[in-house]
Design a protein around this ligand. Structure first.
Ligand code: 13P
Ligand code: SF4
Length: 373
């Protein structure tokens, strides 16, 4: 019975009421569009700040006041004074910005379709059910940690159960916080980040997986008998990378170095030279000596930005043409940016992300715990 309810309640696009791009904005010439964006930004002045994730396309990144990883963007949102925070990113990032900013600030996500599939892989309803099953099997204290790539209701759930949020740059600190407070961790939704973090803390032996879609993959007593329970979610952009890509590269280009994101599979992280968040990937290339070669194991737009930003370094996408762009991030189209800015000039706010008040307060607790670790 419960499964049927999940099927109707689960949805990829959480904010399906957001507005579509009007036809007049669908086919703008790039030069004209750039001029219109710049003119709107000049007129709006300090009323607007644009935050751009490292995976955004060039035409968004070049208009952003700040470009960075998820953790840096949440810090920038917390410090923003502008009335309007325009988020070049995906839904869960804009939700977090709405939670962190003041009530009189609006967070605008230009396109409604920028939804991270991984965030949709652990819905609060499913997690509630799993929590009931696992906690019934043990008296140990389980601390839930959700990756930033999750929706506000799951962040609220984690806060309620004494847990917190983390990003790829502080997952190890979140685990340490959790093991100081409790006995076990339930990590959601990215199993690869969870596994890579467990290895970093020498706790790989403690891992058990929980697959909410497979009746065979949900053994509550096995979960309760281990210290790190990993929800079976993943990012398809990062699962694309294989250890063989690194082996092939090392054979063809023994001079090349490899940096990958911790959402990659364990064997890929093990074979790489450096692993870290998108800002660590940027810093690695920034700090490289001229003439060095770095292969980038993450979303393709970031590899292209790094190639443009650092002509003195040879930047290669780790799996060549097979490297993926993030379909969710790509939805933030510069035509949408033009539209939401020009609508603000007319006094109209489009595609505002507003987290439900009952989720907001608790989700903020989970985010604040992260910002404090
Ligand atoms: P970062 O926190 O490293 O920017 O990563 C966010 C993300 O969605 C990676 O897929
Ligand atoms: Fe989500 Fe993967 Fe895109 Fe990151 S790269 S936003 S995890 S789909």
């Amino acid at each position: 019975m419960e499964t049927a309810q999940f099927e109707t309640d689960l949805s990829l696009f959480k904010y399906d009421n957001l507005e579509q791009l009007p036809p007049a904005y669908r086919d703008l010439d790039e030069d004209e569009r750039t001029e219109r964006i710049e003119a709107a930004l000049a007129e709006l002045g300090d009323d607007v700040v644009i935050l751009g994730h490292n995976y955004q396309r060039r035409e968004i990144v070049e208009h952003a006041d700040f470009v960075g990883d998820s953790y840096q963007l949440s810090k920038e949102a917390a410090n923003a004074d502008a009335d309007y925070v325009i988020f070049g990113g995906v839904t869960f990032m804009a939700e977090s910005a709405d939670i962190i900013t003041d009530d009189d600030q609006s967070v605008i996500l230009p396109s409604m379709e920028a939804s991270c599939p991984m965030a949709g892989m652990a819905e609060a309803l499913q997690v509630d059910a799993a929590w009931a099953e696992i906690t019934a099997e043990t008296d140990d204290d389980i601390i839930p940690i959700t990756y930033m790539n999750s929706y506000a209701d799951l962040k609220a759930f984690c806060a309620e159960q004494g847990g917190l949020v983390c990003t790829s740059s502080n997952a190890h600190k979140a685990f340490e916080y959790a093991f100081e407070k409790g006995d076990k961790v339930l990590f959601l939704p990215d199993k690869h980040l969870g596994e890579n973090t467990a290895h970093r803390l020498d706790m790989a032996e403690e891992i058990v997986e929980w697959d909410p879609w497979d009746p065979e993959g949900k053994d509550a007593s096995a979960a309760a008998a281990n210290d790190i329970i990993l929800w079976d979610g993943y990012c398809q952009v990062h699962e694309r990378f294989r250890a063989s890509h690194i082996e092939d590269l090392r054979e063809e280009r023994p001079d090349a170095n490899v940096v990958v994101h911790p959402e990659c599979r364990r064997e890929v992280v093990e074979a790489a030279d450096v692993v870290g968040s998108t800002s660590t990937i940027c810093e690695t290339v920034e700090d490289a000596d001229p003439g060095d070669t770095w292969a980038i194991g993450t979303e393709i737009h970031l590899a292209k930005h790094l190639d443009r930003w650092h002509p003195e370094v040879e930047v290669l996408p780790l799996c060549g043409d097979a490297c993926m762009d993030c379909n969710a991030m790509r939805q933030i189209d510069p035509n949408y940016l033009t539209w939401v800015l020009e609508e603000l000039l007319e006094g109209r706010e489009r595609n505002v992300i507003e987290v439900a008040p009952e989720e907001k307060e608790l989700a903020q607790v989970a985010l604040d715990r992260m910002l404090e670790i």
